[in-house]
Design a protein around this ligand. Structure first.
Ligand code: AMP
Length: 472
């Protein structure tokens, strides 16, 4: 199948040729024809599957076909997405795919001044991409009115739930016209999301594309056991050794806390390794700059908190290093999924201390795999390898307590400060602004378990069947 097989406007086809898309990804193949028919869609898919084009392309086409235009302060299409990074990426894709169309697009998110966003809304954009906090903020200020929305996209619904955006979404839904075309995307379908989908969608076409396990299969995963004090030395060692093998290596290093990200970039600089950090305490400008430096290859290492584990789509990441394993198990799959994209190979290395062994066990159980141990390095710790695994619950509690203590100790802030919102609307109890929308307090409990179904399944209509849950 080729893109030219879709009845897409010739101007969109020209843009696709220019962008270099020839063959649709499975979700595009499954979703585009239905969205073109204005059928509601329930898609279980995450970033990396090509889902953005799966909804953007037919939406743009429908707008052209119906010659839809919005009045000032209004829009025809609302795309709600949880983080600034995702909002920007979707917007950039719209601009790319719609480069030959005479359409206007706007993107709004918190953490930056609202002036330009208000101006963009004055023009009545055909499509508005927004994070929920800033959207409601501007609605409350009467800069945005949603009564002309004919297509509504909810992106990363499960992530929205994780980040505490559920009430915001419900508020937005009340402001939308009842008659509309709805597209619903989620990486997983926990109960709350299933219920939400049912309230939004009418007779949806259902598509399920969860590529993690196939992606994970292509990723060369390994574990290196190490004692805590040697972790940074091991990181430097790994980066230097792997760079000898592949001088063009591009590495994403994941940490749990913002101050750790800062410390690591300083240490790496002393060892002659160029890196940038991206986390929620950085201003939006600093985050975009760090991402650009990494994308452009000006720095070879990007040190990130989980803010970057979803949505960031940087070409050619060769290695993901989990400097710290997350206490949210599903993060592992999302993190390692940043490499081995677009058919390329990639490696994921986890540096694991005795304390983190239970998390590793949880990951291995959830993904039904045993991650090979690499002992061939100077900092291998037998103690860490042979440490007993406590229950994952206990390990979580212990790690959380440690992190809280660290935060109290003025360590530069924890991973998800309470109340930091995407817009200025939610006043934080501890920190006021500047934090990422993805620094929302995370949901507790097991409802965030992820599915790692490897096969694509598609059934026409009915969202009544829950997708098989395996692992996360
Ligand atoms: P997404 O899942 O939407 O974040 O897309 C992941 C990446 O795949 C992005 O870099 C897209 O530009 C790219 N992409 C999406 N669809 C295609 C396609 N059909 N052919 C080639 N690349 C694509």
């Amino acid at each position: 199948m080729k893109f030219t097989d879709f009845p897409l406007d010739s101007k969109i086809q020209t843009a696709l040729t220019k962008v270099g898309y020839e063959t649709p990804t499975p979700i595009q193949e499954e979703a585009i024809p239905f969205v073109l028919q204005k059928r509601d869609l329930l898609a279980i898919a995450q970033t990396g599957t090509g889902k953005t084009a799966a909804f953007c392309l037919p939406i743009l086409n429908n707008l052209v076909e119906n010659k839809e235009k919005a009045s000032a302060k209004k829009t025809k299409t609302l795309i709600l997405t949880p983080t600034r990074e995702l909002a920007l990426q979707i917007y950039e894709n719209l601009v790319l795919y719609g480069q030959n169309l005479n359409q206007k697009y706007a993107v709004i998110f918190g953490g930056v001044s609202q002036g330009r966003q208000v101006q963009a809304m004055q023009k009545g954009p055909h499509v508005l991409v927004a994070t929920p906090g800033r959207l409601l903020d501007l609605i409350n200020q009467k800069h945005i009115i949603l009564d002309e929305v004919s297509t509504f996209v909810l992106d990363e619904a499960d992530r929205m739930l994780d980040m505490g955006f559920m009430n915001d979404i419900k508020k937005v839904l009340k402001l939308l016209p009842k008659e509309r075309h709805n597209l619903f995307f989620s990486a997983t379908m926990p109960k709350e999301i299933e219920t939400l989908a049912k309230t939004i969608l009418k007779n949806p076409h259902k598509v399920e594309i969860t590529p993690e396990s196939t992606t994970v299969e292509r990723i060369q995963q390994s574990v290196m056991y190490v004692d805590k004090p040697q972790k940074t030395d091991l990181l430097v060692h790994v980066l230097k050794e792997k760079t000898k093998e592949n001088p063009k290596m591009k590495t994403l290093v994941f940490v749990e806390m913002k101050h750790v990200a800062n410390r690591i970039t300083e240490t790496l600089a002393k060892s002659g390794i160029s890196s940038a950090a991206i986390h929620g305490n950085k201003s939006q400008g600093a985050r975009q700059r760090a991402l650009k430096e990494f994308t452009d290859g000006d720095v070879s290492v990007l040190v990130a908190t989980d803010i970057a584990s979803r949505g960031i789509d940087v070409d050619g990441i060769t290695h993901v290093i989990n400097y710290e394993l997350s206490n949210i198990m599903e993060s592992y799959v999302h993190r390692v999924g940043r490499t081995a994209r677009a058919g390329k190979d990639g490696a994921a290395i986890s540096l694991v201390t005795a304390d983190e062994k239970s998390y590793l066990k949880g990951i291995e159980e959830a993904t039904s795999q045993k991650i090979p141990v690499d002992r061939d390095h100077p900092h291998h710790s037998e103690d860490a390898e042979s440490a007993p695994t406590t229950s994952v619950g206990k390990a979580k509690a212990k790690m959380e307590a440690e992190r809280k203590a660290n935060r109290r100790g003025g360590g530069g802030g924890g991973r998800r400060p309470q109340g930091a919102a995407s817009g200025g609307r939610h006043k934080s109890k501890k920190k006021a602004s500047g934090s990422s929308s993805s620094d929302r307090p995370k949901r507790s409990g097991g409802a965030s378990k992820r599915s790692t179904t490897s096969k694509k399944t598609s059934s026409s209509s009915s969202d009544s069947k829950r997708p098989a849950r395996r692992g996360y």
